[in-house]
Ligand binder design. Structure first.
Ligand code: NAD
Length: 279
């Protein structure tokens, strides 16, 4: 899509002077990877973080170099790691942060191909801790440490399976429903306390490591694309939207689940899908 590429090549200094923490860049396909690049293009300074396991894969260093950003490891299931991340980030920035991207998801049930109705609860607990409760942990730690500046912005990524059934999304559907609920509830308390806003972006299916772990993902991407009047939103477009939510132009938007899906969520059926059914 050349028109879109042209748009992302432009920079508007929307995040000039802002400082942020980006969770979840694993490789160049990751949505967080694109958000990091886009935020820096827009004038932000960032800290990158991921689990020690992901860091051992070694790809994040290339992004860190490109973005001139330190990498601070943190497993989001560990209170100590998250606290250490905020401590080190505040030392690095010499003060609080203005934005946080939560771009984290993992389900062992999905990975092992265990269907929803046979879920292993140990796996379910672990996936819930990583994918949903981690947002609470990040926000609660930041609030305790007063780590997010007034009018700061926190964005977490989610998927429409939090509202509607997509059978192969498995227990991640419950995790996303909880994630969105945590954003809404914490958004109330953090808004009251420090005018910090908290939102989720509900993104189109996107070809990434997490995305392609879901069974039948290729067919599903095509289906969503045909169902969306604008087509699927890609990772670069998601990064643009994240930047707009970190910017001062969206200061009164909070506690929302915002669909970034080319219109998928409100389309009953499309001409293309109807035609494919008739065949
Ligand atoms: N790809 C899609 O189709 C799609 C659609 C909608 C929403 N999302 C969401 O976007 C977010 C980012 O996923 P992605 O598609 O870029 O895939 P990705 O695999 O690149 O990112 C997932 C990240 O979670 C990190 N992570 C896992 N366990 C962790 C832990 N214990 N501590 C810290 N980090 C941990 C991984 O290291 C990885 O960087 C996820 O929340 C995902 O559910 C993805």
């Amino acid at each position: 899509m050349p028109s879109h590429n042209k748009l992302t090549a432009m920079a508007y200094n929307l995040l000039k002077g802002k400082k942020g923490i980006i969770f979840g860049a694993l490789n160049s396909q990751s949505i967080a990877w694109k958000v990091a690049q886009r935020a820096v293009q827009e004038g932000a300074e960032i800290v990158l973080t991921n689990s020690p396991l992901a860091l051992r894969m070694g790809e994040l260093n290339a992004l860190a170099e490109e973005c001139n950003a330190p990498v601070i490891p943190a497993d989001v299931t560990s209170n100590d790691d998250v606290q250490n991340l905020f401590t080190k980030s505040m030392e690095h920035f010499n003060g609080g942060v203005d934005f946080v991207l939560h771009s984290i998801g993992m389900s062992i049930n999905v990975r092992k191909g265990i269907p929803y109705y046979e879920n292993n609860y140990e796996f379910t607990h672990k996936g819930f801790d990583i994918s949903a409760l981690s947002l609470h942990r990040v926000l609660a730690t930041a609030m305790k440490m007063d780590a997010i500046n007034e009018w700061g912005s926190v964005v977490a990524l989610t998927y429409i399976a939090g509202q509607r059934v997509f059978p192969d999304y498995n227990d991640m559907a419950d995790n996303k429903a909880a994630l969105e609920s945590i954003a809404r509830n914490f958004g109330y308390f953090y808004g009251k306390k420090n005018k910090v806003r908290v939102n989720t972006i509900s993104q189109s299916p996107t070809l990434t490591t997490a995305g392609s772990g879901v069974k039948g993902f290729g067919g599903f991407i095509d289906y969503a694309d045909k169902m969306s009047p604008l087509g699927n939103a890609d990772a670069d477009q998601c990064a643009d939207y994240c930047v707009s939510l970190f910017s001062d132009f969206t200061r009164m938007v909070t506690m929302q689940n915002l669909f970034h899906d080319g219109g998928f969520s409100f389309t009953g059926v499309s001409q293309e899908v109807m035609e494919s059914m008739g065949k």
